[in-house]
Design a protein around this ligand. Structure first.
Ligand code: 5AD
Length: 362
């Protein structure tokens, strides 16, 4: 029987290769998931509202220096329309609005979007709009936003600094943003990339410790996928970063789904009441099976992409992104059929995190 793992145990699980031992970990995470958050897989309709971005993150396909990207900004009414469809046609209880930190995705516009959705639907509204000022986060909360997702990407401060040029005036420390979100009463989600060049097993163990320490409501992690149009697309650049970080080859975390499943399982053990999605990056590397596997190893959330086709094909943070060519209807249907086949009920309610509800005394 595996109990809640210590930091040392986490580090050793991350290096575990024995299949039998790993099945034990995965089965345990699945049992804890069932016991703590049940069988329901909560569905969140994802709307990628703009791919404009003023940041230049070294891993990301929609970074500002990638001039080959055709940029878009959905109109307020288009976004509200998508949210209404998510609720009325597909029956969702939550939408997630995601964008780059782009011009146009400003305080005023997001406020109007949130107000529009709050007025026309009873959806829970989650935002994933990057490093924002406390005053903006407050304004959006007051307008009706419920949740916020901002990955810390890695807890290794030097690695973070090397891949995130802080060359825009609004750059903010992500831990400080998460603390603000928490104080403002948001349900707070974060997570990391798995297998960034120079990321060690100890770094990843530290990431997991941090999830527990900052008491996250939601934890979303996915493998790093080299993205054309970004510096880390280039194998020699990845190698340079690993060496500059002083990371030995033997300590480098692989950017695989297996490693991501280990993180999902361990996240379930250290944060048993949190909502944990199988992310699009996992589905990208592993297809339908990848998505299913994440849900059998600790995950309890999926975020089907409901962005209109004309826009989703332009939101290319990394290549071959799962469902990037499907329609919202097809994406939704695919997910529902998959869950039916797995015998897991699809969650159409708000699906608030148990942790958050306990904190709010609900
Ligand atoms: N591979 C995998 N995930 C990526 N993200 C950005 N670029 C990549 C990539 N190349 C993730 C980041 C970000 C989220 C919205 O997408 O973790 O927080």
């Amino acid at each position: 029987m595996i109990t809640r793992p210590t930091s040392e145990e986490i580090a050793s699980w991350l290096r575990e290769t024995d299949e039998e031992r790993l099945s034990e970990l995965f089965e345990h995470a699945d049992a804890i998931r069932r016991e703590r958050v049940g069988d329901t897989v909560h569905l969140r309709g994802l709307i990628e509202i703009s791919n404009r971005c003023s940041r230049d993150c070294h891993y990301c396909g929609i970074r500002r220096s990638n001039t080959s990207v055709q940029r878009y900004l959905m109109s307020v009414s288009e976004i509200v329309e998508c949210a209404v469809t998510a609720e009325k046609e597909f029956g969702y209880g939550t939408v997630v609005l995601q964008a780059g930190e782009g011009p146009g995705v400003d305080s005023e516009r997001v406020t109007r979007i949130v107000e529009g959705i709050a007025e026309k639907t009873s959806l829970a509204i989650a935002l994933s709009l990057g490093e924002r000022k406390r005053s903006e986060l407050l304004r959006w909360k007051n307008a009706g936003a419920d949740r916020y997702l901002l990955r810390i990407e890695t807890t290794n401060a030097e690695l973070f600094r090397r891949i995130h040029p802080a060359d825009t005036p609004h750059a903010r420390d992500r831990m400080a943003v998460l603390a603000d979100l928490r104080e403002l009463g948001y349900e707070v989600g974060s997570g990391v990339l798995i297998g960034l060049p120079g990321q060690t097993y100890d770094d990843l163990a530290n990431d997991l410790d941090t999830f527990a320490r900052i008491d996250l409501d939601m934890i979303g992690c996915g493998p790093f996928i080299p993205s054309p149009g970004s510096p880390l697309a280039d194998a020699s650049e990845r190698e340079k970063l690993r060496i500059a970080m002083g990371c030995r080859e033997a300590d480098q975390v692989p950017a695989t789904n297996l490693m991501t499943y280990k993180v999902v399982a361990l996240a379930r053990l250290v944060c048993p009441d949190s909502n944990i999605p199988t992310t699009t990056a996992v589905a990208t590397l592993g297809g339908k099976e990848g998505r299913e596997t994440g849900l059998q190893r600790g995950g309890n959330v999926l975020m089907p992409n409901l962005t209109p086709e004309e826009y989703r094909r332009l939101y290319v943070i990394y290549p071959n992104k799962a469902s990037s060519l499907d329609s919202p209807e097809a994406t939704h249907r695919g997910v529902v059929e998959m869950l039916e086949a797995m015998g897991r009920p699809a969650g159409f309610s708000r699906g608030d995190s148990r942790k958050f509800l306990a904190r709010e005394g609900a």
